[in-house]
Design a protein around this ligand. Structure first.
Ligand code: GLC
Length: 407
């Protein structure tokens, strides 16, 4: 049987990722130190200008909540090795040794609790700052465990830990058992994730891992045959093409594409972890804020089925599918057009009959969730055809959800 924490995680469904660190001040992504070969002495100077004056944890958590995110995963320490938390003497390369001087992880965890959002901590495993990572690995691994222990004991109950970087030294023994034991000791309900990297999407590692990751991927249905335990799946995506703030990365996805991607994750029972990259001072870029609010408008209309809904084998044409929650079916209908007037709306064949198959049980009634309009349908065994009306003029929800009551 699946463990409760894993099922609970699946029902969170949608989370927000935050990539924030010293690199945010340069605005060229979180790998800038490595890619631009910035000498360490120069890079570490970024600590002297790190004020985080506009890092407003409450505001960020409220934004995530407005988007419909149930959890937030913050980079407490990224590959650069700088900690957003008070390392209590483990390292001088932390937020307490900057002009900011505030424990941002504390502010974040407190704000999450205040607004009922679950905090998750991202923590790098590879460390570009601490020389022990390269030269004295056993010593480094102890430092890593001590850091994680601090995160597990100093900030109340957390949703989970999200590790990233083992792929840097593929052949080394990262002593994962020891690391995860630290978490299980202090945070028995925490989800453990370890990003397998862009080239190994969906791969499973250590048996303590609770969820596979699909970084910048496409979620595929999980094949759980033969797995020693039931695992959740999570797909993380950037809004443009960088995780850390990329000031000149104008290649933003559209709100429509983000909404469709959220749906495509839930279609296969995966969570969607959508990233924001605050600017150097901690402010969330306008475009990202706007996209979050837009997704939130959609989530409000779709309601709880986006979290509770489970794949149930019902698929439609193209991207259409259905989820099941509390004995009802939720049909996700893509590419509908607006019903209007040919002088103002683009005509198209987007509305009309949509066929779904794999329906178990008999449908009693179907209605759009957003406006309650009843929809005509016919059922022949496990095939159901729903007459999907177009969007009323003034609306376009990208993906429209119809709720079906069963007999
Ligand atoms: C990667 C990158 C990293 C980013 C992460 C998010 O593995 O190294 O910068 O934090 O993916 O999934």
């Amino acid at each position: 049987m699946a463990e409760k924490r894993i099922l609970d995680f699946e029902e969170m469904g949608f989370g927000m990722f935050i990539h924030y660190g010293l690199y945010s001040q340069l605005g060229r992504g979180e790998w800038v130190q490595h890619i631009d070969k910035i000498p360490k002495e120069e890079y570490t100077k970024l600590a002297n200008t790190f004020t985080a004056e506009n890092f407003d944890a409450k505001k960020i958590v409220k934004m995530a909540k407005a988007a419909g995110a149930k959890y937030i995963t913050l980079t407490t320490r990224h590959h650069e090795g700088f900690s957003l938390f008070d390392t209590k003497g483990l390292s001088d390369f932390d937020v307490m040794h900057t002009p900011c001087g505030r424990d941002l992880v504390r502010e974040f965890a407190d704000a999450c609790r205040e607004y009922g959002v679950t905090p998750f901590f991202y923590h790098t495993t590879v460390d570009w700052y601490n020389p022990d990572c390269k030269n004295d690995f056993p010593k480094y691994l102890q430092y890593l465990r001590d850091s994680v222990e601090l995160l597990c004991t100093n900030y109340g109950e957390i949703g989970g830990l999200w590790f990233d970087g083992n792929w840097w030294y593929k052949d080394r023994d990262w002593e994962e058992d020891k690391l995860y034991a630290v978490i299980r000791k202090h945070q028995p309900n925490a989800i453990i994730v370890n990003n397998t990297g862009t080239s190994a999407r969906g791969m499973v590692g250590n048996p303590e891992i609770d969820s596979v990751t699909f970084e910048q991927g496409r979620p595929t249905p999980m094949d759980r045959e033969g797995m020693p335990k039931y695992l959740a799946a999570e797909m993380c995506h950037t809004m443009n093409e960088h995780w850390g703030f990329g000031g000149a990365d104008l290649n933003y996805k559209s709100s429509a594409s983000l909404i469709e991607t959220l749906c495509s994750c839930r279609k296969v029972g995966a969570n969607y972890l959508l990233n924001v990259g605050p600017e150097g001072d901690g402010k969330i870029p306008f475009m990202q804020e706007a996209l979050l609010y837009t997704i939130g408008e959609w989530v409000k209309k779709a309601g709880d089925c986006i979290y509770k809904g489970k794949p149930c084998g019902v698929l439609g044409e193209n991207k259409n599918f259905a989820l099941e929650a509390d004995g009802k079916l939720y049909f996700f209908v893509h590419d509908l057009t607006i019903i209007g007037n040919e002088n103002v709306t683009v005509a198209g064949g987007g509305a009309g009959d949509k066929l779904f198959n794999g329906v178990k049980g008999k449908i009693k009634s179907v209605k759009w969730l957003d406006n309650g309009e009843k929809l005509a349908f016919s059922q022949d065994g496990d095939n159901v055809t729903i007459d999907c009306t177009g969007y009323p003029y003034g609306t376009n929800l990208v993906v429209r959800v119809a709720e079906a009551e069963m007999e």
